[in-house]
Design a protein around this ligand. Structure first.
Ligand SMILES: NC(=O)c1ccc[n+]([C@@H]2O[C@H](COP(=O)([O-])OP(=O)(O)OC[C@H]3O[C@@H](n4cnc5c(N)ncnc54)[C@H](O)[C@@H]3O)[C@@H](O)[C@H]2O)c1
Length: 327
């Protein structure tokens, strides 16, 4: 494995993707991280943000440390909702990965691929605790970057057979269905109404735009008994009455969830049953019956990114991928 004194490794967006890290490897690393988090062996201060673009755009600083994975670093990520209309990406940013023992910067890497994959992985790990193990039908609302990574991640942990795909854009759902069915050997059916991607599904994922004033399309009575839902776009898709129908409402980190609520999101939700650390260590039970409706709102943790960064750094060095830059 290559190391060079006084140099760091830069990995572009294409290089990060070309490292060849698999979703199964990401999930394994994140499981180690969630257990360590539940046992109090991680560090993750609340993320500070700045808001240069106005509206709901932001830049967040996301530092975290995971001693079990020799991982320390920070993600500096932006989300600018108006960018796609200008032909620019909604999410962009960088991860700085530091040497755990010396603090020296080891690598700087584009964060878009990492953000996409770790978010799908986090939902799948939540589902492992909260969904029925035999779940085979998935409803996907929002067929973009997250839609793709969620199908990939759920396929690693569940015997998925069918995906019902809804997107506001008909072209997006058609393209998603063609691409995902080919890539993952699944039946992927584009549907024209949101309810068709909720009722009748074992696993429901909402990943449309994040809105401070939710469009709240999903109503009570839509989510089946025994189903699990992951709210990747916060509470944007769900009416309060639909969220109050669930037996267990979870999140990835209680403190972060609390601070997000103080910012005006999730004004009317059920009590939080558990976070990912509590589920991973068994401090709180996951699913306890086939009938329960369960739900998680994972807001995205710096710990997720820092569970992926060391794997990318190591593989890139082994394969000779990236550009060396002087410190
Ligand atoms: N919780 C987390 O950790 C986390 C991390 C990254 C992204 N996100 C969130 O995930 C969501 C999706 O991100 P992305 O990168 O996949 O975006 P994207 O732009 O790639 O995809 C969004 C898709 O949603 C579609 N869409 C728009 N309105 C819709 C609606 N009402 N119903 C269904 N589909 C609709 C768009 O046509 C597009 O295809 C965003 O809200 C983003 O903020 C959350």
């Amino acid at each position: 494995m290559q190391t060079k004194p006084n140099q760091l490794l830069y990995l572009s967006q294409a290089e990060v993707a070309n490292v060849g890290l698999t979703m199964a490897e990401i999930i394994e690393s994140m499981k180690i991280m969630f257990r360590a988090k539940g046992e109090g062996r991680t560090e993750m201060p609340p993320k500070p943000g700045i808001h240069p673009g106005g509206g709901s755009s932001f830049l967040h600083a996301m530092p975290a440390c995971i001693p079990d994975l020799n991982s320390a670093g920070i993600k500096w990520v932006s989300a600018f909702p108006d960018n796609p209309s200008k032909g620019l990406p909604y999410i962009s940013g960088l991860v700085i990965f530091n040497d755990f023992a010396t603090g020296l910067p080891l690598a700087v890497m584009d964060c878009v691929w990492i953000t996409a994959k770790r978010t799908g992985a986090a939902s799948a790990i939540s589902a492992r605790h909260l969904a029925r193990a035999e779940s085979s039908v998935m409803g996907m609302l929002g067929c973009g970057v997250q839609g793709r990574s969620h199908v990939e991640a759920m396929k690693v942990l569940f015997p998925l057979k069918k995906v019902l795909a809804y997107d506001l854009s008909e072209a997006a759902r058609q393209q998603f269905a063609a691409e995902m069915s080919r890539q993952f050997d699944l039946e992927v059916v584009p549907v024209a109404a949101p309810r068709e991607a909720v009722s009748g599904c074992d696993i429901v994922v909402t990943a449309g735009p994040m809105m401070k004033k939710p469009h709240a399309t999903i109503q009570d009575g839509w989510l089946d008994e025994g189903a699990f839902a992951s709210l990747v776009d916060y509470d944007s898709y769900w009416q309060p009455a639909a969220m109050h129908e669930v037996d267990k409402f979870c999140t990835d980190d209680r403190a972060q969830f609390q601070s997000t609520r103080q910012g005006g999101y999730f004004p009317d939700i059920p009590a939080v049953h558990a976070d990912m650390g509590e589920l991973a260590t068994g401090q709180k039970p996951g699913r306890e019956s086939a009938q329960e409706r369960t739900m998680t709102a994972n807001l995205g943790l710096a710990l997720n990114d820092m569970a992926v960064a060391p794997l990318l750094d190591q593989k890139a060095r082994e394969k000779g991928i990236g550009t060396w830059l002087n410190l």
